[in-house]
Design a protein around this ligand. Structure first.
Ligand SMILES: Cc1cc2nc3c(=O)[nH]c(=O)nc-3n(C[C@H](O)[C@H](O)[C@H](O)COP(=O)(O)O)c2cc1C
Length: 405
């Protein structure tokens, strides 16, 4: 029997046969049995898929000391220890985006987390891009454009906020359960040191090719970052970020089918529906960012939090206008201005980040959404203004109930 032809869909040939046969009363009992049989076949097929999803979840949670397959996304600038600890206390994994942190701040973050939770946490770093080319005319044009939006930067800097090697050392010393990478791969000597210290490596990938590179380099799990995700795109090559915009629906199963390590789905998962879908697509867990930004523990600027709660998917857009690296943000007035004819193209990362620093700082200080760095994913409207632990618990309670039906 062709099971697909028999699937219970409104237009399936099998249903049409049943509908015709039902018009004959003597055949009603047979028709009922046929319909029940088809439903049982379909249910059995779903059970097998969802059973596999639950097995993946169990294995992953056991390996990482979690009760719930939800990881808080590492969100540089929006990941206070209190938020991460609340997620971990609810059974998930806390997250720290350490991009802008120096070694003392990294140690302090880990200490504050541990004072609030004994649960697991991950610490995340950006793998640096090659130094950008400098173009004085272009830099002047961007600086003049930005004068309408905030104070001028003292000088544009292509330096990293903190040396990457120092940050790696500080992370290894902080001994999180997981170190995660984005924008590239940790160098082999860092991988050796973290593994020797019992730290796992989760590598962010935006394509199958990146995921395969990460697996070959020793990653213990792949974070499959779909294009719905809020914040920066993790493309290894900044110039390819725009062309590599794969949504989670296609990316998660593609990476799951290609690698032998667990896949963590990131991008657009903000309620039980998204979590169930990601697990059915092959993920072992989900990484959630935007959905935690309205939690009181996140303590982001009120104008940003309010706008997230109102944003439809098309109220977000991808832009290089904040940092020079592509990222998904709310469509603010500043971003709209950068898209107008005559506006200078953004500088490469990290020069654009340096150029917009004073504007972004002022926007945050004055709670002015127009020029704030307002990262948000396409499922922003589902983010709830509730304690983070409650968000974790309610999402997983509903998702699990659906999975075990
Ligand atoms: C405010 C914000 C900051 C982020 N910062 C980082 C970061 O520092 N490192 C990183 O790997 N990902 C970062 N991301 C991306 C997240 O790790 C994750 O891919 C994304 O939030 C998942 O999509 P979602 O926002 O739809 O849940 C950030 C996302 C947001 C919203």
């Amino acid at each position: 029997m062709d099971l697909d032809a028999g699937a219970v869909t409104p237009h399936s040939p099998m249903l049409q046969i049943i509908a015709v046969a039902q018009k004959n009363p003597t055949r009603k009992r047979v028709c009922y049995a046929m319909r029940r049989g088809l439903q049982q076949i379909n249910t059995a097929r779903e059970d097998r898929m969802l059973d596999r999803a639950l097995r993946r979840v169990d294995e992953f949670c056991t390996a990482y000391d979690m009760r719930v397959p939800i990881l808080m996304a590492p969100m540089a600038g929006a990941c206070p220890p209190a938020l991460a600890a609340a997620v971990a206390e609810a059974g998930g994994m806390g997250g720290c985006g350490a991009l802008m942190m120096d070694p003392d701040e990294i140690a302090q973050w880990a200490a504050e987390f541990r004072a609030a939770s004994k649960g697991p946490f991950q610490m995340n770093l950006w793998v640096p891009d090659p130094a950008p080319p400098r173009d004085a005319d272009h830099e002047r044009a961007v600086t003049e454009f930005l004068a309408a939006w905030g104070p001028a930067p003292a000088r544009l800097s292509a330096d990293l906020p903190v040396p990457f090697a120092d940050q790696c050392e500080a992370l290894i010393e902080a001994r999180p359960a997981v170190m995660s990478s984005i924008m590239g791969l940790f160098p082999p000597h860092v991988v050796d040191r973290m593994k020797a210290g019992g730290i796992s490596w989760f590598a962010t990938a935006t394509t199958v090719a990146e995921a395969l590179q990460a697996e070959a380099a020793g990653a213990d799990a792949i974070i499959a970052q779909g294009s719905e995700a809020g914040g920066h795109r993790g493309a290894f090559n900044a110039d390819k970020a725009n062309a590599q915009m794969c949504g989670s629906m296609a990316l998660v199963p593609a990476i799951h089918d290609a690698v032998g390590v667990p896949v963590i789905a990131a991008g657009g998962m903000a309620d039980a529906r998204g979590v169930v879908a990601a697990l059915a697509l092959g993920a072992s867990a989900v990484l959630v960012g935007t959905a935690f930004l309205r939690a009181p523990e996140a303590a982001i600027a009120p104008a940003w939090a309010d706008a997230i709660g109102r944003a439809q998917p098309d109220d977000t857009t991808t832009t290089r206008a904040f940092s020079g690296r592509l990222g998904r943000s709310l469509r603010t007035d500043y971003i709209a201005a950068t898209e107008c004819e005559g506006a200078p193209a953004p500088l490469p990362y990290p020069l654009q980040r340096s150029a917009t620093g004073p504007m972004r700082a002022l926007g945050a200080k004055e709670n002015n959404l127009a020029c704030m760095q307002a990262w948000a994913g396409q499922s922003a409207r589902l983010a709830r203004n509730e304690p983070a632990g409650e968000i974790v618990r309610s999402i997983w309670t509903e998702a699990r109930a659906t999975l075990i039906q």
